[in-house]
Design a protein around this ligand. Structure first.
Ligand SMILES: *Cc1c(COP(=O)(O)O)cnc(C)c1O
Ligand SMILES: [Zn+2]
Length: 401
């Protein structure tokens, strides 16, 4: 039987209309009854991540949306592993999801959940990838999707939303003034209640059911490797990706499907390392601080899942590392040049974190390590043109060759 459990006070409930703890307002997560080690938990006939439906929120088949999310490759590193002196380094290719990021796993569950609960539509805000994912699944399931976005949202990301038919409004000062951000959030919450809309924010704090999609990354990794890996690096903005990956490994370990629990490591840019800094300082709440990083997708000054991420880190099952924007852009370049993997800067942040941890002597040569490549290179068009130095391509006449 499914339950929801509060990560703060441990309160257990079976009320699936709750989005946070009814006792203490803490973050909740779906809790599954312990499975038998030999019980069949994968249904190969189901599309996309629905093959794991047994360990996902209960949604009847007619409401399940899929456009082929998940089942992404786990690619073994050749050059980068050798340079770092690592024997078993892998990249989880989340950039290969239908809209170009792992957010599709969240949207697949979240929009289907909304449909199954007869919501009139979805509503939310986005810096880009989450919106594209929700917009795609909303289009698929015939749901309206209302979105408020930052005034200076990157055009390429805005274009993708519009192509899927989302109803988008830019808000003046949103993204630069904290007070405007608070009001946007409040407005979205009010609208959601008034018009029976599903609020889609990719954090356990707001969308604990949709966020169950994230853990399918860990399920796939455990299927793709002979055993669970030792370490998994994930980029962290709001912290939801990190928490979701941890949750997946935790469940499989508790059910006895894996012999050990990997260490999940959050990698943040130094210019927005509110979770990692808090971890180093021994704080149980993310530390405040503006986002000065230029890495799109990781500029989250008030990480909604920061508290849960810190709880996981303090338990010894997670850890954190911060890296400069230059290190991230270098890792992005390395992935393209040396592995043939083209990702957006946020998608290279896990590798940058691993490189830093390796330099600090925290990683042993023979550990099995996975870096989550969270988003495609096509997502950040401006960075793509800049990095490629497109203007330097020589132009010759055929006779000059
Ligand atoms: C959303 C996103 C992240 C960060 O995820 P959080 O849950 O906010 O920590 C990292 N990389 C990409 C490509 C993303 O779209
Ligand atoms: Zn509680």
């Amino acid at each position: 039987m499914l339950q929801v459990e509060c990560y703060s006070c441990g309160h257990i409930s079976t009320d699936f209309t709750d989005y946070y703890c009814s006792k203490c307002e803490g973050i909740i997560g779906v809790h599954y009854e312990k499975m038998d080690k030999h019980e069949q938990w994968i249904d190969e006939r189901q599309p996309g991540i629905w093959r794991y439906a047994r360990l996902l929120p209960k949604i009847e088949e007619p409401y399940r949306g899929s456009i082929g999310e998940g089942r992404t490759a786990l690619v073994r590193s050749r050059s980068i592993a050798e340079q770092l002196g690592l024997k078993h380094l892998y990249f989880k290719m989340e950039s290969a999801n239908p809209t170009g990021s792992y957010k599709d796993r969240i949207a697949a569950i979240g929009v289907s959940w909304a449909a199954a609960h007869h919501r009139q539509g979805c509503i939310g805000t986005t810096s880009g990838n989450a919106g594209a994912a929700v917009a795609a699944y909303a289009a698929r399931l015939g749901m309206p999707y209302r979105l408020l976005v930052l005034e200076q949202m990157a055009e390429a990301k805005l274009a993708q939303l519009l192509i899927y038919g989302a109803d988008v409004t830019k808000i003046q000062g949103f993204g630069t003034q904290a007070a405007i951000g608070d009001r946007v959030f409040q407005w979205i919450q009010e609208q959601a209640e008034e018009h029976a809309l599903e609020m889609m924010v990719t954090a356990f704090r707001f969308s604990p059911y949709a966020m169950e999609g994230v853990k399918t990354i860990s399920f796939e990794i455990c299927e793709q490797l002979p055993e669970a890996p030792h370490r998994v690096y994930a980029p962290a903005g709001g912290g939801g990706l990190f928490c979701g990956i941890w949750k997946g490994f935790k469940e499989l370990h508790e059910f006895g499907f894996t012999s050990h629990l990997p260490l999940t490591v959050a990698a943040q840019p130094e210019g927005c390392s509110n979770i990692v800094r808090a971890y180093s300082a021994g704080s149980d709440q993310p530390l405040p601080g503006d986002a000065t990083t230029r890495i799109s997708g990781l500029q989250v000054p008030n990480p909604p899942d920061g508290e849960l991420a810190l709880r996981i880190m303090r338990s010894g099952e997670g850890s954190g590392v911060s890296v400069s924007d230059e290190d991230i852009l270098h890792a992005q370049w390395l992935l393209g040049r040396q592995e043939g993997i083209f990702c957006e800067p946020a998608g290279a942040t896990a590798l940058a974190g691993l490189i830093r941890a390796r330099e600090n002597g925290q990683v042993k040569d023979d550990e099995v390590i996975v870096c989550c490549v969270s988003g495609s290179g096509f997502k950040d068009y401006i960075r793509m043109i800049e990095m490629a130095e497109v203007g330097d391509v020589p132009l010759l006449s055929i006779d000059q060759l």
